[in-house]
Design a protein around this ligand. Structure first.
Ligand code: PLP
Length: 454
């Protein structure tokens, strides 16, 4: 495979920082935003700048600084910015038709067909419910509830599923939920197999088994406080929770446990899906097939808003009009998404992500050994995390240091995300087409910042 050509998608001599961000033009634009937009705006606080253009795994701000993008707009830009093949498809669609609700078109069917090529055969139906990931989660929950005529949904500590009614109720972070009134009822949380911050006190290598046993226990104990739920909803690799990667056993056991009890399994692949972990879907690492899958982020090819669920034939019971919405499919996103997925398949992008991710992890694990504050480097494919601690023995989370890591990395030309239970996980979600040279350069810069912070 000619992966060398991925190099040409980006600005090769990035990063190039000519003025410490935010530069003067950025400051002017940030000031307008500060004065006119709502106070919940968040990313420019961690990475203050205004953006001008992007190419591949590189982004340029309005002051001419060029960054290595290890953030991808929170995992959206899997094929990088301004991907020529994807944009050609999007431009072509713009001149034809841009909005059709769910009336079919060739473009829409092109995406449906390419999804059929990447999804397991058992997930034979797709549905487009709304433009965002949260919409897909809402649809998945609705479908599970309607089919089982049960209400409960079991979710996990560290989960992030969205910002709307049910998807927010399924999200664990109280920071997102407190102070805004009552949430959709029916959601109960269980501990996730988070090896580094083991919630079970068991040997670390047993954490997957303990987490699955715990699920089985609450389902079978009539005094656990858990009634039989409609579904178990999880991320095969948790994203915002801190890139938490269970072993294959966990998902295999969850699949067995849910199947045996007639409970549906929903895998939220909005962040970890579509090549990110080195396979098209993260659940494939465990060899299981869920009942419902959610997709969004990379699905729009180049950041166009779209989301979908895929599900088993026997769940295809919603009567026409039971689930509607104005933006049930953005035609430009369909065109870009179909072109993007076809390009991904043809160029074996998930395989590239797996191989490059392994090389990067060798580098990051070395960094972990030599660092006093990098508690753990973990990753799967190009979903990589550096958990920052005050002290490697106590593992005390260091949120302030992580914030500074992001700030200094940005000033030196690398964009990263911050997440985790304690906001102490530096997260890398680069475009899957990032070159090895750019990723290693980003690692060098992060290592330099870590040294300076120690
Ligand atoms: C796993 C997961 N599910 C759902 C969502 C919500 O998607 P959106 O922000 O598009 O509503 C996200 C967003 O980060 C996510 O990571």
């Amino acid at each position: 495979m000619d992966w060398e050509k991925f190099v040409d998608l980006s600005v090769t001599d990035a990063p190039r920082i000519s003025v410490t961000p935010p530069g003067p033009r950025s400051l002017e634009i940030l000031k307008i935003q500060e004065e006119l937009e709502g106070s919940a705006v968040s990313y420019p606080r961690g990475m203050p700048m205004a953006l001008a253009r992007g190419r591949g795994a590189t982004l340029e701000d309005v002051d001419g600084n060029v960054y290595i993008d290890c953030f991808s707009g929170a995992g959206v830009m899997a094929l990088g910015h301004a991907h020529p093949y994807v944009l050609e498809a999007a431009h072509g669609q713009l001149d034809k038709v841009t909005h059709t609700l769910d009336i079919p078109s060739e473009t829409r069917m092109r995406l449906v067909k390419v999804l059929g090529r990447i999804l397991p055969a058992e997930l034979s139906r797709v549905f487009f419910g709304g433009p965002t990931g949260s919409d897909a989660v809402e649809q998945a929950i609705k479908l599970a509830r309607f089919n089982t005529r049960r209400d409960g949904i079991i979710v996990f500590e560290g989960a992030y599923h969205g910002m709307t009614g049910a998807s927010l109720a399924a999200t664990s972070d109280s920071g997102h939920k407190d102070g805004i009134g009552s949430l959709t009822p029916g959601f109960q949380f269980l501990p996730f197999p988070y090896r580094y911050r083991n919630p079970f006190g068991c040997p670390e290598e047993k954490v997957d088994e303990f987490a699955a046993d715990n699920l089985e226990r609450v389902l079978d104990d009539t005094h656990s406080g858990y009634s039989k739920p409609a579904a178990v909803l999880l991320e095969a690799v948790q994203g915002e929770g801190g890139t938490i990667i269970p072993g294959p056993l966990f998902l295999q056991r969850v699949r067995e446990i849910t199947k045996a009890r007639g409970i549906l399994l929903i895998c939220d692949e909005i962040q970890c899906g579509l090549g990110r972990t080195g396979k098209m879907f993260a659940f494939e690492h465990s060899g299981i097939v869920p009942d419902i899958v959610t997709m969004s982020k990379a699905l729009g090819g180049a950041g166009f808003p779209i989301s979908a669920i895929a599900f088993r034939e026997e769940l295809n019971t919603l009567p026409p009009g039971k689930s509607i919405g104005t933006f049930r499919g953005n035609m430009v996103a369909f065109a870009a998404g179909a072109a993007g997925l076809e390009w991904m398949i043809e160029n074996r992008v998930p395989e590239y992500a797996a191989q490059l991710g392994e090389k990067a992890m060798t580098r990051f694990r070395e960094m972990e050994k030599g660092s006093r504050i990098l508690g753990e480097a973990r990753g799967i494919g190009l979903m990589i995390a550096l958990e920052i601690v005050e002290d490697k023995k106590t593992r005390k989370p260091a949120a302030d240091l992580t914030k500074q890591l992001r700030k200094l990395a940005h000033q030196r030309g690398v964009m990263i995300e911050v997440g985790g239970h304690h906001n102490n996980v530096a997260r890398l979600l680069p475009p899957l087409v990032i070159s090895e040279a750019h990723l290693m350069k980003a690692a060098d810069i992060l290592e330099g910042v870590l040294k300076d912070l120690e």
